[in-house]
Design a protein around this ligand. Sequence first.
Ligand code: COA
Length: 272
Amino acid sequence: MESLEVERMESLNEKNSLLVEDIGSGVLVLTINSPRTLNALDGQILQDLKGAFGVCAKDPKVRVVLLTGKGKAFVAGADISALSDFTPEQAAGFSRNGCELFDLMEKIPQPIVAVINGFALGGGLELALACDFRFAAEGAKLGLPEILLGIIPGFGGTQRLVSVAGASRAREMIFTGRRLDAAEALACGLVDRVLPAERLLDESKAFAMELATRSQSALAQAKWVLNSTRNLSLQEGLMLENQAFSRCFEHKDSREGIRAFLEKRKPEFGKP
Ligand code: COA
């Protein structure tokens, strides 16, 4: 990847609250960098993340994104200090602002892996839920503790947690605010892999590198169809799958992948 995109992201990010690293092969590592407040999501971080994912959306050189946090937290939630004087109207605007970011993350063509290095609480867990994969360190803690503040999740947690971990688990986590450890999160499907802390980033990078060798156009279609059919009937979902399957054949990757199989060689997938 040329460094131009990284520079563009960095120029959107004057306060350095989001670190952007290009590790090659089209893999970007975004690190939320506000460890003093456990990477709590304030307006600046939300804006930086929107800027960075907005750049990714338009840049076919980016193939996979890893998202992690600096220090002992992935993200410990929305910035509680910002919530203290909210009117109901301001609360609605704040919630919409977060939801816009998470919608964008689901809409960009690239897969995003949440690399959960520590606490993923409240808005931090909601952020991870908007990613395609969640890999967690053994000591990570995940939860939606909003109820303990007298509020509820407002960045999509009531919706995405149900589809990832089921309604019963979501109800229990949202009603009690209880934090799960990584093993429990793995058991209920909330995270995909649990790794020792010292191997978390390297193994996540290796996974991203593997994904980066796949057909980018087919991955984009797969992400689109999985994310856009969640609340549809089976028949409606199958219609969208049909469209996405057909679109794969507009791209030369499908010819290359199929031909490579028949010729008993590895495919060389290009750009969309
Ligand atoms: N918003 C704003 N600041 C936060 C924050 C948040 N969501 N989470 C942590 N911080 C700040 C703390 O206020 C503290 O700041 P200070 O040093 O100026 O006092 C700093 O980050 C370190 O946190 P601290 O609580 O001292 O760390 P800890 O290891 O003792 O506890 C947590 C870690 C995650 C258990 C605890 O910080 C916590 O419960 N955070 C809030 C989680 C939450 O309710 N999230 C949902 C928000 S809607």
